[in-house]
Design a protein around this ligand. Sequence first.
Ligand SMILES: *Cc1c(COP(=O)(O)O)cnc(C)c1O
Length: 432
Amino acid sequence: MLRALGYNDLTRFHMNEGHAALLALQLLGEEAQKAGRSSIRGEDIEKVRSKCVFTTHTPVPAGHDRFPMEYLTRVFPEQLNFFDLSDASAADLVRRILQSDRNISGLQEAARQGAAVNMTQLALSLSTYVNGVAKQHGETSRQMFPEVPIEAITNGVHAGTWTCPAFQQLFDRYIPSWREDNFSLRSALGLPAEDLWAALLIAKHELLELVRTKTGLHLDSEIFTIGFARRATGYKRADLILSDLDRLRQIAKDAGHFQIIFAGKAHPNDAGGKDIIRRIYKAKKALRKNVPVVFLDDYNLELGGKMTSGVDLWLNTPQFPLEASGTSGMKAALNGVPSLSILDGWWVEGHIEGVTGWSIGDTRRGSGNAAATDNQTEADSLYSKLESVILPLYYGERHKCLEVMQHTIAINGSFFNTQRMLQQYITDAYLR
Ligand SMILES: *Cc1c(COP(=O)(O)O)cnc(C)c1O
């Protein structure tokens, strides 16, 4: 497509996720052709590698596509047949993308044996710079793919898009350069408390109004509101906060009332994701008299924007280390909404306890072991933070709550945005 559009002298190609990896095969074919050869050799591989950058996005196995070799020989009959397997680096590349230790004498033979092409390995093998999307994810990816160096560039969200209208107005008034220069959000530390509170109330009313039109439920804007909106899939554990309903009732009684707004959508083939939504509905019924719970369907960008700006706390309970980055907490931070989250993905970098939000459980950097996750222990940690730290702060120390909001914008909104992210891609990856 790039060639058809007339881009003939590009010096860098960025493959964002393994889906884009066929690009590298096409470039290999072009290099061989330029050299007047009909087979791909080591020097073509070196040339292509020097032009390509690859970003891997998830530790979840389903996110790393493998396709039968036979699909590829159909799409790319030329390139694949013309790897020169007598050339050591060409043969090595083929073994890596087929993840095969067998001595492959020919690709047609590999196809007949039912070999599968690993798209992530293809992109990894043909890139000069590879990165994960948060520092922790870089570490996890290095354990998954020890054969290549992997760096990290932490994701960011587009500040102009994910700051809600009430906060846009607030920033326009006090930090007029914030749109061109997201770093200037650091001066949010000086935002007047009463204006900050007023903006939060406007955003909260908008969300509660949306809840009313979508569900008919009237939620009280004076009540502490927890938000959770994600694709409903197993490792995100939307229902972790619902694991002990008696405990939730007790906390509401002793520490202060709260309500929970969920939004989500399950992939049609994800039975586990659908089960989570069923459990939320069940808990909603059971908690009705004590803790209002709302589930909003049709989770999309617009609803995502309303959710991440209209609540008092953003909850995130992924199973470590499967949340590569997570971005909804960054959207919340731009709107002064602190996170209560497992220390995974971006939160390992964005979390300062009691300053930008709160952690669930302890830091596990370096342990890299999903099996170490214990739902019970993490639910306990979530409950005790809510009960003894967060609700008392909201109902008893409003000025400290406002300080947390300021820090959230100044420390995290100013940093976890696309301006900073793109600058890092340019200096670390593209101009390398
Ligand atoms: C931000 C957003 C996401 C991604 O959020 P995560 O925290 O990375 O899971 C997914 N869907 C919608 C609609 C969003 O707005």
